[in-house]
Design a binder for this molecule. Structure first.
Ligand code: PEP
Ligand code: MN
Length: 356
C-alpha cells in the first residue's frame, strides 16, 4: 500500500502515520518527494482498516500497489534512484561504464587493464575474485588475494570497483574491500545471499538470472530493498533461449520494461550477453540507445590468454574505440557524458576498422 500524504504534511504527521502503521504490523518506507511525501507500507493489507490511517492528520489517500514487487516499483517511487558506487552516481544523466577483466588473474594484468579502461573513460573497475564457474576444474578466482589486488589498484588508478560474492560466507569479506557487490546470474535467486549482501549496505549489482523473468528479477531486487538497502543496480546480461548464435540472448527489451516498472538504475552487460567481443560493440551501442544507465564490459590486456571469458573480452584498444563510438549514441538519447572520462574528447574510429 502507498499512503500518500497531503502536500505540506508536517514531519510529525508523517512520523505519526508511520508509527501507526508499525503498530498495525507494517514495515514502512517513507519517500520524501519535493511536493509530497508517500509512505510505502509493506505487510498484510487485511490488517489495514482504512479508517485507522485515512483519518490521521495529513493523509490524502491510500493507494494499493498492484505489482508483486513493492519497494522497487515505480508505483511507490516515481523518481529514478541514483546509486553511488565510490563517488560515481549510477542512474543519473551520465552514462556509467564499468569495465575490467572477467577474473582478477594477477596484479599486473589488473593494473594494466584498470589504467587502460580509465584512460578510455570508464568510471568503475570490474573484476572477479570469486568466480562462479560452470566447471569445477576451471579457474575459481584468487579470492582474498584478488580482493587485495583490486584494492591496491583502486588506490593506484583511482577507480572504485565492483566484484562478485558467490556465497554468504564471503559476503562480509567482499564488503570489506569492494565499493559494490555483484550478485551473479547463477545466484539471482539465492535469497539468503541477497539478504546478506543487502544487509552490508553496499551498492549491489544484481545480474538477471539466465532463466529468470523480469518479474522474478525485480522480486530478487525486492529482497535487497526489503533488507533495508535501496542501492541496487540491475544488470541485464542475457538469457537462455533456443538461439545458439550467441552465448546468451541479450534482452534489451527488458531494459525498457524495467525502466517502465522500476525506479532502479539498469545497466547492460553485452560481454556475457553475446559471448563474442565483436558483438559487444554493436550491442553496447544498442543498449545505450535502449535507455541503459550504463554498461558492464569485460576487457583483458591479452584476451587470447585470459583465464576466463577471453572470447568475449575486448582488447584495451578495442574498448577505447567502443568508448568513442558510444559518445554520439549517448548524446542522441539525451544523456550527458562521463564527467572525467574521455568520451567527450574522443573521436570515433570507423566501426570495425581494427581487430580486437
Ligand atoms: C561475470 O560478470 O563475470 C559473471 C560471472 O557474470 P554472470 O553472473 O552474468 O554470468
Ligand atoms: Mn565473465
Amino acid at each position: 500500500m502507498i499512503i500518500v500524504m497531503k502536500p505540506g504534511a508536517t514531519r510529525e504527521q508523517i512520523e505519526a502515520v508511520s508509527e501507526r502503521l508499525v503498530e498495525l504490523g507494517f514495515k514502512t518506507h517513507p519517500i520524501y518527494g519535493q511536493e509530497k511525501t508517500v509512505i510505502g507500507a509493506i505487510g498484510d493489507k487485511k490488517a489495514l482498516s482504512s479508517e485507522a490511517i485515512i483519518n490521521l492528520p495529513g493523509v490524502e489517500k491510500i493507494v494499493p500497489i498492484m505489482k508483486p514487487y513493492k519497494l522497487v516499483s515505480r508505483e511507490l517511487k516515481e523518481t529514478p534512484t541514483l546509486v553511488r558506487v565510490g563517488g560515481v552516481p549510477v542512474g543519473g544523466r551520465g552514462l556509467v561504464v564499468m569495465a575490467g577483466p572477467c577474473a582478477v588473474e594477477s596484479e599486473e594484468q589488473l593494473l594494466a587493464t584498470a589504467q587502460a579502461v580509465k584512460a578510455a573513460g570508464a568510471q568503475i573497475l570490474r573484476g572477479g575474485a570469486f568466480k562462479p564457474r560452470t566447471s569445477p576444474y576451471a579457474f575459481q578466482g584468487l579470492e582474498e588475494e584478488g580482493l587485495k589486488m583490486l584494492s591496491r589498484v583502486r588506490e593506484e588508478v583511482g577507480l572504485p570497483f565492483v566484484t562478485e560474492a558467490v556465497d554468504t560466507r564471503d559476503v562480509s569479506l567482499v564488503a570489506e574491500y569492494a565499493d559494490a557487490i555483484q550478485i551473479g546470474a547463477r545466484n539471482m535467486q539465492n535469497f539468503r545471499l541477497l539478504k546478506e549482501a543487502g544487509a552490508t549496505g553496499k551498492p549491489i549489482l544484481l545480474k538477471r538470472g539466465l532463466a529468470a523473468t523480469v518479474e522474478e528479477w525485480l522480486m530478487a531486487a525486492e529482497y535487497i530493498l526489503d533488507s533495508g538497502n535501496a542501492n541496487v543496480i540491475l544488470c541485464e546480461r542475457g538469457i537462455r533461449t533456443f538461439e545458439t548464435a550467441t552465448r546468451f540472448t541479450l534482452d534489451l527489451a527488458a531494459v525498457a520494461v524495467v525502466k517502465e516498472n522500476s525506479h532502479l538504475p539498469v545497466v547492460v552487460d553485452p560481454s556475457h550477453g553475446t559471448g563474442s567481443w565483436r558483438l559487444v560493440l554493436p550491442m553496447a551501442r544498442a543498449a545505450v540507445a535502449a535507455g541503459a544507465d550504463g554498461l558492464l564490459i569485460e576487457v583483458h590486456p591479452d584476451p587470447a590468454r585470459a583465464l576466463c571469458d577471453g572470447p568475449q573480452s575486448l582488447h584495451p584498444e578495442t574498448f577505447d574505440r567502443l568508448m568513442g563510438e558510444l559518445a554520439p549514441v549517448a548524446l542522441a538519447v539525451g544523456r550527458g557524458l562521463a564527467p572525467a572520462g574521455s568520451l567527450l574528447v574522443k573521436g570515433s574510429l570507423p566501426a570495425g576498422a581494427a581487430g580486437n
